[in-house]
Design a protein around this ligand. Sequence first.
Ligand code: AMP
Length: 512
Amino acid sequence: MSDMDCNLYRAFRQAFPKDLGACAIEVEGSRYWSFDDIERASAKFANLLCASAARPGSRVAVQVEKSAEALVLYLACVRAGLVYLPLNSAYREGELDYFLGNAKPDVVVASPQNFSWLSKIAFRHGAAHVYTLDADGRGSLIERAAAKSDAFKTVASGEDDLAAILYTSGTTGRSKGAMLTHGNLLSNARVLKEFWHWQSDDVLLHTLPLFHVHGLFVAAHGALLAGAKMIFRSRFDAGEVIALLPRATVFMGVPTYYVRLLSHAGFDAACCANMRLFLCGSAPLLAETFEAFRQRTGHTILERYGMSETVMLTSNPYAGERIAGTVGQPLPGTLVRVVDEDHKECRPGDIGHIEVKGPNVFPGYWRMPEKTAEEFTHDGFFKTGDMGRWIVFDHLPQPYLSIVGRSKDLIITGGYNVYPKEIEAIIDELPGVLESAVIGIAHPDFGEAVTAVVVARPGVEVKEPILLAALKAKIANFKVPKRIHVVAELPRNTMGKVQKNVLREKFSAAMG
Ligand code: AMP
């Protein structure tokens, strides 16, 4: 541990432009927050939180709609050395009971419409104060902070001091609280700033949620550390994005956003004329979307890979070739390896477990020392739970990482390993198929039966026997799905990840 001050807010503050009156966040209705507004409002929030029983290390749990105030609340926590705990606004009572019971926050901030049930849960788990904050930036948090001083001395934070806890999205199991330190977040933000060439005259169009690593630590940190402006929208709306893009230079999205932009007739090269960079992550971007985007706009989407526990790990190059179906190379300072079951490094092309080490990697799960110990190797690498392989391209000096799926999604059928992504890629190429998800369903003979769920292209009908016949001609029999279900759309969470647990539940009965 170093004694150096790594307080993340201090680093942002140092990057603010000389003219503190410049626009930092433009919100709906052409209202804007200057950098000075951020400095003063975060001081007021920090003073209120510190007067509300929160002291360095205390958790501040926040389940609110997106707003500039919510971002400033996060900055206030960081400034005061408190641990920010953002919660997906879709979570309901059972989930909140688990999170607050696990994290034991001293202060909770809720949407006004959830106040009555959420405050009961919060007080039951020992919170001293529950404030409200709505989507328009109104609520008791604002009222109570109004009387506080707009000056606050940012605390000194060591690199190991906690800045946030992010509960993992739990698409494969119970959520765990990933603890992120000032050192983790600051080192990653600095690397990304260089790697993606953030400049103070960039304008980030921010339409991602703020409760997740993507919108908070990748998007907002990028703009803040560059002293750049953000245009904030509460959610992604393709029409609105198309109207705002001409004023932006950077956009970040999950694959679904890009699919929606492409299906909008008004989306063309002209509205991207000022754009410098389109970034994508959180879920796999289909090669078809990548290609269609390039053809429509002339821009090549830069896909990167990361997760709550590690922030960003790999990225396609900024200046070099960006390759569809890959997440690029390890970011500077981060070690990434792909290993087999015996922990030996895999040869390029061979599928294995992705493991990672670096200053960006979290120290562990909140109050889960055993789970933490299980997820790290003896030489300090974090087991990401993702499976992948290195792909070597003859004309390029370094291999690119390609993600094949989650290890928990790995299907073992009759003793054979089947990687869903491999089958999905083949199904997606069949005529009439828009996209697919491949899952394992318990089966008396095979252990698990490979099962595919398919979405047809608009106006096209696809039939199970025809798809099955086509697959039998292309892949080994054990990989061919036992059943193919055709559905109107795949269930996705807010970050665009296909909820395979929902599909498994839905189709397990169908296996019989
Ligand atoms: P979360 O912690 O919610 O951000 O989820 C992290 C997980 O999202 C990773 O472990 C990957 O499984 C997945 N993920 C993130 N970025 C990508 C990407 N570019 N391609 C494929 N999967 C991704």
